[in-house]
Write a protein that binds this ligand. Structure first.
Ligand code: FES
Length: 100
């Protein structure tokens, strides 16, 4: 089981809960986590989050996610919440914070 905690930020108060499937965006929607979403397709970069803990619980980024991340000049600790997926069978805490 993966527990997701999205830390408080200028985007809103912290939220924590269980990741029920592989898609991080489903947690964001269900928990009303403070991560803004726009395109939901990995191209606009609105949903950029910094992974504070548990990066190993996410599958490697797709080519599109990596390209968008590079366009913003972000390093490997930044992921796109709309397209990031959990690894199968992962267990632990995934701690994130939305970027401005
Ligand atoms: S919402 Fe556009 S890249 Fe995630």
């Amino acid at each position: 089981m993966i527990t997701v905690r999205v830390e408080e930020s200028a985007r809103g108060p912290a939220r924590e809960g269980r990741l029920r499937g592989a898609r991080l965006v489903d947690f964001v929607d269900e928990a009303r986590a403070p991560i803004p979403l726009s395109c939901r397709g990995g191209t606009c970069g609105t949903c950029r989050v910094r992974v504070l803990e548990g990066a190993h619980l996410l599958a490697p980024p797709s080519a599109r996610e990596a390209e968008t991340r590079a366009w913003f000049g972000e390093g490997p600790d930044v992921r796109l919440a709309c397209v990031a997926r959990a690894v199968a069978g992962g267990r632990g805490l995934l701690r994130l914070v939305a970027l401005d």
